[in-house]
Design a protein around this ligand. Structure first.
Ligand code: CAA
Length: 380
């Protein structure tokens, strides 16, 4: 067993850390206030290779391992969880999904643009009545021979307004239930595709979340991913890896809030001494540090499982369940340590507390993670 990162991993971590400090930190409060998408920053992340980290080099990807990806996700999320969710969806849902299950043509046409930041992707599974209950797809994709016709509505879609290519899950044959579901690549410019209103969110306000409408959208058959009926498995397999990315995001939010709190406790004085000298604060710091370290081990283990070609459904679900709880606990304590300053925007931790909440909801709620975990451990 070796807990040491390689030199290459350290370099990737440092590059992400520098980017977060130099490019994301300035303006992060303003983007949150104005719900402004970090367009310039995402473009630069694409140029630096952070948008398709694990994808095949022949399609512009970095060919890196999952450990590299979670290290980058942690560092970016310490500063700006809105930017990091854009990175996560593009990397571990859209690029990974097309790279792993797409045809050569789909990879040439779409993946090579998604990996470089030339185009952005979105993953469209959730619907008004199919969030956790993902097999209950109401969006239909009717087979018309050489193409499908898509109709329906998707909800809460990250990158909804800014994406160029959309992975859309829809029901082709209702009789076959989840085995009659397909996944498609849809281009934004296609007739009948419409981006709905932007959601006004509690957290990750810099990322854009929209509903999407499909009105008789013609999708060529060559844009279907995998065999007929593979769509639900595709969504589940893709989400298993996506959950590792969100776990790393949650870890980053917690670690960012912790680092700010540690510094604050060394400078802020109360009752004649720095507040770190009060056990009430020192013990909070001890708890935060311990929780974060435990979450980091779960995240790294899940990433390692994926890199080793082992099953990561269970370890990814555990990492997301635990890290998202740690993000909530640590960011809430960070606000408490900062006192009145913690409640104002300038000190960042109130934003982190708002951002943390979504990590317990998207890419499978904490309750869904418990379903995945309990089914996995109880099946033998
Ligand atoms: N890998 C491969 N196949 C899987 C799988 C996995 N991880 N999990 C389930 N499946 C397969 C099952 O084997 C089964 O197929 P077979 O019948 O051929 O065996 C099929 O999928 C259906 O599985 P279940 O019977 O277990 O289905 P279920 O209705 O009980 O639901 C669930 C399972 C785990 C609860 C699933 O519905 C789920 O994960 N729900 C949450 C959905 C979710 O995460 N949504 C997030 C939206 S995306 C998002 O947030 C992105 C963003 O923008 C940030």
């Amino acid at each position: 067993m070796d807990f040491k990162l390689t030199e290459e991993h350290e370099m990737i971590r440092q590059a992400a850390k520098d980017f977060a400090k130099n490019e994301l930190l300035p303006g992060v409060i303003e983007r949150d206030n104005k719900q402004e998408f970090p367009r310039e920053q995402i473009k630069k992340l694409g140029e630096l290779g952070f948008m398709g980290m694990m994808a095949s080099p022949e399609y512009g990807g970095g060919g890196m391992d999952t450990i590299s990806y979670v290290l980058a996700m942690e560092e970016l999320s310490k500063v700006d969880a809105s930017a990091s969710v854009v990175v996560s969806v593009n990397n571990s849902l859209v690029c990974w999904g097309i790279d792993t299950y797409g045809t050569d043509l789909q990879k040439e046409k779409y993946l090579s643009k998604l990996t470089t930041g030339e185009a952005l992707g979105a993953f469209c599974l959730s619907e008004p009545e199919a969030g956790s209950d993902a097999t209950s797809q109401k969006t239909t994709a009717i087979d018309k021979g050489d193409h499908y016709v898509l109709n329906g509505t998707k909800n809460w879609i990250t990158n909804g307004g800014n994406a160029d290519f959309y992975l859309v899950i829809a029901q082709t044959d209702r009789e076959k239930k989840h085995k009659g579901i397909n996944a498609f690549i849809v281009e934004k410019s296609w007739e009948g595709f419409e981006v709905g209103p932007k959601e006004d969110k509690m957290g990750i306000r810099g990322s854009d979340t929209h509903s999407l409408n499909f009105n008789d959208v013609k999708v060529p058959k060559e844009n279907r991913i995998g065999e007929d009926g593979f769509g639900f498995k595709f969504a589940m397999k893709t989400l298993s890896g996506g959950r590792i990315g969100i776990a790393a995001q949650a870890l980053g939010i917690a670690a960012g809030a912790y680092e700010l709190s540690k510094e604050y406790s060394k400078t802020r004085k109360a009752f004649g001494t720095e507040i770190m000298n009060h056990q009430a604060i020192a013990f909070k710091i001890a708890d935060m540090h311990t929780q974060i370290e435990a979450a980091r081990h779960l995240v790294m283990k899940a990433a390692w499982d994926k890199d080793q070609g082992q099953n990561y459904d269970l370890s990814g679900a555990m990492a997301k369940l635990y890290a998202s709880q740690v993000a909530m606990d640590v960011s809430t304590e960070a606000v408490q340590i900062h006192g009145g300053n913690g409640y104002v925007k300038e000190y960042h931790v109130e934003r982190m507390m708002r951002d943390a909440k979504i990590t317990q909801i998207y890419e499978g709620t904490s309750e869904i993670q418990k379903i995945v975990i309990s089914r996995s451990v109880l099946k033998d």
